[in-house]
Design a protein around this ligand. Structure first.
Ligand code: G3I
Length: 364
């Protein structure tokens, strides 16, 4: 399977040839005269630009959709489990783990020569009901909850030890006003749960880069400022935090920070000693798409890609899915969608070409 440009104008821009070919798992190791142009898989262009290019993976789609599966191997050098490494899916019943789908993702990533981002150890969403109900009823006390979190981090990180290059240890722990998010964790464990989690994670897998990760932190707003203050405090307390992940869930209707602001925002975290990453990029729009919205979407993706490439220690750029066929957006934001690089039929959109161009320019 190969995504290539053609000179056909129109839809939304451009038509595409999808041809069946061999896997390009190690394509970045094999530069040929054929792949010196812009029209190469994203993972090849990204390798030349010095970053990994990843996607979130929906494991149901992976197992049921051949085109989806082949494009993951061809286009991406990093994968993130969209859902199957979250607590709710890993431990649906207390003490009963379901490792199968996550293990499959790690195995195929290895076969494809891809890195794996771990997502996520602490979040306030997609927690198992035995845990949330237990806390709500008082059956699980705060002390026990702290012990459960510690066990969860050790169990999961040890299971995948040495196989995950970046772990989202703490996901979305600050709200849009810049305060610690009022979650089951803050309410029961107090603010020290964040430092505890990073320390446990470090012990469980000393080689993984340990990340804070959030949305709406692309530019220097109150929320990103609060993360900056949190990171400074954690580092002052010798807490092993290594990375700041900018999710990058954008919307055409909201406008975008310029790439330079994204880069400057990343650089201030890098100046503290952290690496950075774009971890969940997508750019949604009010349906239906039209030429203007698709052009704006391409600009939105470019602000993130260029921002990452301008920063010095931005290690990876991950899109939160690559085809509109399996996007989380329509199910969450009624009337919105078309957020990914490829349309539902896997045709590349202007955003795909914009990303190719940005990577190719940086790789020259
Ligand atoms: O697994 C059940 C299935 O058994 C059931 O039949 C079906 C019916 O709705 O639901 C399935 O669960 C869904 C799950 O995705 C797996 O498909 C949940 O309803 C659905 O809410 C869940 O959505 C995920 C969402 O996180 C949860 O908040 C999205 O797929 C996933 O893309 C999204 O990812 C988050 C990142 O982890 C963190 N940052 C924001 C990002 C987007 O919200």
């Amino acid at each position: 399977m190969k995504v290539t440009r053609t000179a056909v104008a129109g839809i939304v821009a451009a038509a595409v040839l999808i041809t069946i070919g061999t896997s390009t798992a190690s394509a970045e190791d094999e530069p040929t005269s054929e792949n010196t142009s812009t029209d190469q898989p994203l993972r090849v262009l990204a390798a030349k630009a010095g970053i990994a290019f990843g996607t979130a993976v929906n494991m149901d789609a992976y197992n049921n959709d051949t085109t989806y599966r082949e494009l993951i191997g061809q286009e991406f050098s990093s994968v993130t489990a969209e859902n199957v490494m979250k607590w709710q899916l890993l431990e649906p019943q207390r003490g009963v783990y379901n490792w199968g789908p996550a293990d499959q993702l790690v195995r195929v990533a290895n076969e494809n020569g891809q890195k794996v981002r771990g997502h996520t150890l602490i979040w306030h969403n997609q927690l198992p009901t035995w845990l949330t109900n237990g806390v709500a009823s008082g059956e699980i006390t705060p002390d026990e909850l702290r012990q459960l979190l510690k066990n969860h981090i050790f169990t999961v990180m040890r299971h995948f030890k040495g196989k995950i290059h970046q772990w989202d240890v703490a996901n979305e722990v600050i709200d849009d006003s810049g305060n610690l998010r009022n979650t089951i964790w803050l309410q029961n464990l107090g603010p020290s749960y964040i430092a505890d989690a990073f320390r446990w994670a470090r012990k469980a897998d000393p080689d993984a880069a340990l990340y804070l990760n959030d949305y709406n932190v692309e530019g220097p707003n109150a929320k990103a400022d609060a993360y900056y203050a949190l990171v400074k405090q954690l580092l002052a307390d010798d807490v092993p935090v290594h990375g700041f992940g900018i999710q990058g869930h954008l919307g055409v209707q909201f406008g975008f920070w310029p790439a330079s602001a994204v880069a400057d925002n990343m650089k201030r975290f890098e100046a503290l000693g952290l690496e950075t990453a774009v971890t969940e990029a997508d750019v949604r729009m009010i349906m239906p798409p039209d030429e203007d919205k698709l052009a704006a979407q391409a600009r939105g993706y470019s602000t993130l890609v260029q921002g990452c490439l301008m920063a010095k220690r931005c290690r990876s750029f991950t899109v939160w899915g690559f085809t509109d066929k399996y996007s989380w957006v329509p199910g969450t934001f009624t009337g919105q969608g078309a957020a990914n690089l490829l349309a539902e039929d896997f045709q590349p959109k202007p955003a795909y070409y914009a990303v190719q161009d940005d990577l190719a320019r940086a790789g020259r």
